[in-house]
Design a protein around this ligand. Sequence first.
Ligand SMILES: [Zn+2]
Length: 74
Amino acid sequence: MYLCDHCQQQISANVPTYSLIVQTRPVIYPKRSQANRYHKNHRLERPNDAGGEGFETVKTIKVCPDCYRALSAS
Ligand SMILES: [Zn+2]
């Protein structure tokens, strides 16, 4: 039993909830030297993390199945 974040209706029990991402932002991850550590053939390996760019989630809402179908179709 939960409140849908979109239609504000109370949804009965045993009805699945869906997470919907409504806002993202671009992000740039910097390069990190020797960021990871692991052993390979009894030697310590310390490879670099190349970094990169992408998107990260800012806001996620919990919606009912009807709202999920309506919002994800558009
Ligand atoms: Zn709803």
